[in-house]
Design a protein around this ligand. Structure first.
Ligand SMILES: Cc1cc2nc3c(=O)[nH]c(=O)nc-3n(C[C@H](O)[C@H](O)[C@H](O)COP(=O)(O)OP(=O)(O)OC[C@H]3O[C@@H](n4cnc5c(N)ncnc54)[C@H](O)[C@@H]3O)c2cc1C
Length: 434
């Protein structure tokens, strides 16, 4: 078959590329290796419980994205009110300005270290560990974000650079920290003011208005691309030709399947690091097990870094009278977990029971799934290696989009915009190039 425009991957970025091309009057075809569309925004069901594959809530602020989501489905609007679990204490989020439940000795040490921290200009800060110590002082840094970095980013914070942080971490004043030590009644300082979630069908329902009218071919795994002949080969033995190619495939995978990718490009792509994750999904026979929409766990003897409640996102995610939780455990080539999937599942259940989150009798569904791609890790060499790969792809006239196609810390709304940008660029190029 011959196509004008081929999009690889039916996650939100690929779907958005095809949708925005269609809006511009141009058809394309999307090839997806999985039997369903959605990528990381897809979900799965077990005995009437629905669990998202990683994504949680939409905090999109872009009006165009909000309109597409709102056009797709009715949704709930949640006010963010996350919690943190730290050595048996439940602390409001972010912990740095909500330290009230902690023992007074610990609060004193945090405050003292915060006051005596050495301030530095951001340009002089060499790595994320130093950044954390400069922002919060040693005690807080060593007991909260440094262990959390090992759990979530799977690396020592000194191995990370800092440009990715942006507004993701709240930096309180000394007065706010003092106030948070004295009272529980502190204002919410989470960076998103509201979070949306579809009433029915899981997070991917936000994409339904884009999916209508675009051509998605599922169970089509790309295994080879010949850029000279503009030819794509699939694992089912079929092939097709394209004039223009958009890809949301992870950069290291794309470099491997393009025929004759130069050695230095393959090597650069292999140096790009990401985390992988296990999703432990749990269903309960009672409605009131989850107390928080989500919480973070700082203790390093507990593998899970975060726990979300699908049934609090939408009650439709669980059968009537039931509720659910989903824990996230991260690993990578830098941090291997030497346990079987069953052992990780059992560990997670035992730890959550010990934390008094639920009782063994409450549990009616338990499942563990592995996801190869979770987060881009911002090691010091990320920018130079990413540049080598992206320049090569540009030279091949491939538009690389999405979280692992741009190799950026993109939320779903930003991944949608990434696909939209590629579509708009193609539409601008079209008349003379096709
Ligand atoms: C733990 C976690 C939590 C998150 N939480 C949120 C959140 O709360 N809110 C939010 O907005 N965003 C969240 N995100 C980010 C969001 O999930 C991503 O931005 C978005 O899903 C990325 O979409 P994408 O299209 O770029 O990639 P993907 O969804 O990964 O799409 C790529 C597609 O390509 C397909 N593919 C791969 N290889 C091939 C091949 N060889 N042939 C054919 N197809 C192939 C894949 O199957 C996949 O469908 C979260 C991400 C993670 C990891």
């Amino acid at each position: 078959m011959n196509y004008d425009i081929v999009v690889l991957g039916a996650g939100i970025s690929g779907i958005s590329a095809a949708y925005h091309l269609k809006e511009g009057g141009v058809n394309s075809v999307v090839f997806e290796k999985n039997p369903s569309w959605g990528g990381m925004l897809d979900n799965f069901e077990i005995n009437g419980f629905r669990f998202d594959r990683f994504v949680h809530l939409s905090f999109a602020i872009d009006e165009h994205v909000k309109e597409i989501f709102a056009k797709s489905t009715d949704f709930y609007t949640h006010t963010p009110d996350p919690f943190n679990y730290y050595r048996g204490y439940w602390v409001k989020h972010p912990a740095q300005n909500n330290l009230y439940p902690l023992p007074s000795g610990e609060k004193k040490m945090i405050l003292e270290d915060f006051k005596k921290r050495k301030l530095k200009d951001v340009s002089e800060i060499k790595n994320y560990e130093e950044w954390l110590r400069v922002q919060f002082g040693d005690y807080f840094a060593e007991n909260f974000p440094i262990p959390y970095t090992r759990k979530y980013w799977t690396v020592e914070p000194k191995n990370l650079e800092t440009k990715w942080v942006g507004k993701r971490i709240y930096l309180p004043s000394i007065e706010e920290i003092e106030e948070g030590c004295e009272t529980e009644k502190t204002p919410v300082t989470y960076y998103a003011k509201e979070m949306r979630y579809p009433k029915k069908g899981g997070y991917k329902s936000f994409l339904t208005s884009m999916v209508k009218g675009i051509d998605i071919r599922q169970n089509k795994e790309v295994i080879k691309i010949d850029i000279e002949k503009h030819k794509i080969y699939f694992s089912d033995g079929t092939q097709c030709k394209y004039k223009k190619l958009v890809s949301s495939l992870p950069l290291p995978e794309l470099c491997k399947i393009i025929e004759n990718t130069p050695k230095e490009v393959v090597e650069a792509s292999e140096k790009l690091m990401c985390t992988s994750g296990y999703l432990v999904s749990l269903g309960f026979n009672k409605p009131d097990i989850p107390k928080h929409l989500w919480f973070y766990i700082y203790d390093e003897d507990i593998l899970s870094a975060r726990v979300y409640s699908p049934s609090l996102k939408s009650p439709e995610n669980a059968p009537e009278g039931c509720s659910s939780l989903q824990a996230e455990i991260y690993f990578s080539r830098d941090k291997k977990i030497n346990l079987s999937e069953d052992e990780i599942l059992q560990h997670t259940i035992e730890k959550l029971i010990k934390m008094n989150v639920f009782k063994e009798d409450d549990l009616v569904v338990k499942n563990i799934k592995k996801e190869d791609y979770a987060n881009v890790v911002f090691k010091h060499n990320i920018y130079e290696n990413r540049k080598i790969v992206l320049e090569f792809l540009e030279g091949c006239n491939i538009k690389s989009i999405g979280r692992f196609g741009e190799w950026k810390y993109l939320w779903s709304d930003q991944s949608l915009i990434s696909g939209q940008m590629a579509a708009e660029k193609i539409l601008r190029e079209l008349p003379d190039k096709l």
